[in-house]
Write a protein that binds this ligand. Sequence first.
Ligand SMILES: [Zn+2]
Length: 166
Amino acid sequence: MNCENCNTPISGVGTVCHHCQFPYNGTIEEKDLFYGKQISQKQELQEANKNLKKAANSLFVVAGIMLFNGIVIYLSADSPIDLIFFGIVSICLLTFGFLLNKAPSIFIIAGLSLITLVYILLAIANGPEVLFKGIIFKIIIYTLLIKALVETNNAKNIRNLNKSLM
Ligand SMILES: [Zn+2]
């Protein structure tokens, strides 16, 4: 006999499928409840994936701001080193965004750490008053990344919950 839900062969013992927890010996109500739960889990997973996509987009936006920053400094101060510096930061953030799905929280924290490191380096190189320049951009960047961290955490919890139920 195979499981009605996932088609895995069912071993003689137990009342639920060892693979998907389908209650094959249960009542129709219990089976319906299982199907209902499965659908809501699917919706939660979709929601989690949407949140991960949003978090990745946040990293891309921050990457764009960093590149823009580098270009503005390059054009106004004719400083190619700034363009290279912000260009590299931007490429790192893009990479984190593309890899986000593999380890969501880690790559958002990597992005946050990188941005913080950039600001520390800028403050060391140019004095701490540089931190107040374009403070709006900095607030936007941190808001985006912290929101992304919360979103990826929620997504991770939903995924783990579903993994343990499936
Ligand atoms: Zn099954």
